[in-house]
Design a protein around this ligand. Structure first.
Ligand SMILES: Cc1ncc(COP(=O)(O)O)c(C=O)c1O
Length: 445
């Protein structure tokens, strides 16, 4: 039995099912940049970047060194009662890089999920209004607040209701597919209609605290919004005194080629959340927002004993510095453009590629069985993923049929070429019916 098999067998005896969406038997021993090595010594190119939590790559020296240096000074003292410099420095940096030309404050947490819970508290506290609106097909996290905000999987609803009250969902303005199974995208007005209808019939606009937005829906399938939707939404929010919060946990911090994905769109959030890559993969999240909103509640309304852990703060400072020094925002944009050229050729060559979309190195490849109807081909997507895995490339499918192409931003051009060669060969083989032997049942979202 291989080390991988032995480890996975043991894992099954102790680790519980709700904590992992099954894809491949990859048991990681080490990582370096965009490369992973498994416990049996096989090397892979990582196009998933640990769900976009490794934007600066695996184990970059300057981050590991910053972590080690802080561990030797002190591992933690809770910000709930005392002060430390790494927290102050990181808060300052986050205020600087976050969108919005206004005075800001920061709060820290341990996961993207708890940051989104914080948004709910702050928006309700500041506005004195109960309701939160977010989008169908959104993933905002796994705590009760953030999962009530999400609307992507019945497994996040079934058997543990009631959820947090006061959440409503509206359709995301998908630029590729339209509403209710239409193959063509709808107009801005059509996408806004359910919200306007809501305001006229069953949710008083003046009782809505906040609308929570992912600029590009990540786990929902790298879905981009139609042009002009966000500015129209923003107008509506301003008209009714509704706050705008952006969940930038997946799309932020260089993933799309900018510090915040908001920079691509006409929208200015009052609150923004970060997580995942913020501390190079150590547990950390942050809410950054307008001072008057952030200071609206009194402690202990939103604090965590191990929040703003100084080790995580130092890891975050090193991560952000590395993005700056190594020009990883530009790298994300340029490498994204480079791979898109090749992927765009796939659109011509392979009938199963319906769409290639995204920004920077946040790319979705939509695999379809029919280009006209844009019917999702979940099986084909998973077959491609399995072929890639067998040939040393890690990629997963989200929303059933969308290949999630989000490598570490430090990936080299040579590694990109190698990974693209493997994906292209998977598409060739798929089109010849040569991937039917893959057993995909039980895999994926
Ligand atoms: C957009 C978005 N928000 C929130 C989260 C939740 O973050 P975490 O898993 O760190 O709680 C995720 C995780 O996938 C995400 O993609």
């Amino acid at each position: 039995m291989s080390k991988t098999e032995a480890l996975i067998n043991e894992d099954k005896q102790y680790f519980a099912k709700p904590g992992r969406i099954t894809y491949y038997p990859l048991a990681i021993e080490s990582g370096n940049g965009a490369l992973l090595t498994d416990v049996d010594g096989k090397t892979y190119i990582d196009l998933l970047a640990s769900a976009s939590s490794q934007n600066v790559g695996h184990a970059p020296k300057r981050v590991t060194e910053a972590i080690k240096a802080q561990v030797d000074r002190f591992i933690h003292y809770t910000p709930a009662y005392m002060y430390h410099e790494p927290l102050v420095k990181l808060s300052k940096k986050l205020c600087e890089i976050s969108p919005g030309n206004f005075e800001k404050r920061v709060l820290f947490g341990l996961s993207g999920s708890d940051a989104n819970d914080g948004i709910v508290k702050l928006a309700r506290g500041y506005t004195g209004r109960p309701y939160i609106i977010s989008f169908t097909n959104a993933y905002h996290g796994s705590t009760y607040g953030s999962l009530s905000m999400s609307a992507i999987s019945l497994n996040m609803r079934k058997k543990y209701a009631p959820l947090v009250p006061g959440f409503y969902h509206i359709p995301f303005p998908d630029k590729y597919r339209g509403l209710y199974g239409n193959s063509q995208p709808n107009t801005v007005e059509e996408y806004l209609a359910p919200l306007k209808d809501m305001f006229e019939t069953y949710v008083p606009a003046e009782e809505v605290a906040c609308i929570v937005v992912e600029t590009i829906q990540g786990d929902g399938g790298l879905v981009e919004p139609v042009d002009g939707y966000f500015s129209a939404l923003q107008d509506l929010c301003h008209e009714h005194g509704i706050l705008i919060a952006v969940d930038d946990i997946q799309q932020g911090l260089g993933r799309t080629g900018t510090w915040s994905s908001v920079e691509h769109y006409d929208i200015e959030p009052d609150l923004i959340t970060y997580g995942k890559s913020l501390a190079g993969g150590l547990p950390m999240s942050a809410i950054v927002g307008r001072e008057e909103i952030m200071n609206t509640l009194e402690a202990p309304a939103h604090l965590f004993t191990t929040g703003a852990n100084p080790v995580s703060c130092e890891a975050a400072l090193a991560t952000l510095q590395m993005i700056e020094d190594e020009q990883l925002l530009k790298a994300s944009e340029e490498k994204g453009a480079y791979v898109r050229k090749r992927m765009n050729a796939w659109l011509e060559k392979f009938d199963c590629i319906g769409d290639v979309r995204g920004k920077g190195l946040s790319i979705g490849i939509d695999v379809v069985s029919d280009r006209e109807s844009k019917t999702r081909d979940n099986e084909a997507a998973l077959k491609i993923c399995n072929y890639a895995f067998d040939h040393g490339v890690i990629i997963i499918a989200v929303a059933g049929n969308v290949l999630r192409f989000q490598p570490p931003l430090v990936i080299t051009y040579q590694q990109l070429d190698q990974a693209l060669d493997v994906l292209e060969e998977a598409l060739n083989q798929l089109s010849q019916g040569a991937l039917d032997h893959y057993e995909i049942s039980g895999q994926g979202w």
